[in-house]
Design a protein around this ligand. Sequence first.
Ligand SMILES: C[S@@+](CC[C@H](N)C(=O)[O-])C[C@H]1O[C@@H](n2cnc3c(N)ncnc32)[C@H](O)[C@@H]1O
Length: 324
Amino acid sequence: MLEVLSNLAYKILNCGEDYLEMKESVQQLYDLFKEITQVDIENYNSNDIFLPSGKALSSSYAAHCLLEMKRTAIFLRGIKKAIDFKLAEKNGKPIRILYAGTGPYATLVTPLLPLYSSELVKVDFIEINPISMQAAKRVVEHFGLTTFVEHYYVCDAATFTVAKLYDVVISETMQCCLHNEPQVAIMQNLIPQCSPSALFIPEQITIDAQLYKRGTWDGDQLIDEGGAISYLGEIFRVDKKNLDSSTFRGTISIPHPLKSPHDVLLCTTIRVYNDEVLGFKDCSLNTPLKYYEIRDGYEPRTIEFWYNQSEKSVIESKVLDYIG
Ligand SMILES: C[S@@+](CC[C@H](N)C(=O)[O-])C[C@H]1O[C@@H](n2cnc3c(N)ncnc32)[C@H](O)[C@@H]1O
């Protein structure tokens, strides 16, 4: 059985941009985990948990994250590189990983464990949802990976007290534009408690504004397909050095004149680790969100955006001035 898990991990790590192989491998991984845990992607809203820092997904919804094939592949590739880097840096000494928000399959770590020795890699899990944690534990036990995992903490990662020195800290608890889920709160809590040399995964999340040219119609006829994207500017980024959400704001100017209708989009880019990056439309976490439709008679010149961090975090905006 362990061989099946390592073969799937190998394929996902090494299939490059062969999306058919990626899709099949991720689907097989899902089928395997589903059978072991009896947690599947039905019953989406069965047991969401609402925390002061945001919404923790139900077991079924968290299970579904696995099937976002590019998200899963790029995270696994980035995490493997981070583990390898830390193992090389530690030169034969063991490394410790903290994985916050494991979901029911601990998807971002369990497929990688068979590639290492449990003498060298130790992991602690955090998960707020007891059903998900129970399922993740079942996966670990099923594959005989118990010697890798030291602690299963069923608690809120946004208030968790770090009591060990971790080398790699992982959390993917986010939606596009960092809305609703507690990614930022978890980073704000865990990063300052860890050593500056610890790697946090994802390394950086950036929110940029882009201008999207819409198609134009003349009666029945499409006269311009549209689709061109142009960069307007960065709104904010979240990483080790940027954790104060009161600074998560930015102002952009719209170039004028615009000869056709355009949309102002906010786009989320995730640098998982090093060159492993999820960008425009790679997965649901990178879905561009439309904030404004610019057309004749409605032409904002300057727009301000800011992050309103709460139990329902959201990026808000206002037009500062208009053309004419
Ligand atoms: C988006 S899912 C990701 C699951 C899995 N890590 C993956 O990548 O496939 C996020 C998981 O984090 C958990 N979670 C969210 N907020 C949390 C918090 N504050 N503390 C602990 N776990 C949390 C949710 O219950 C959910 O299982």
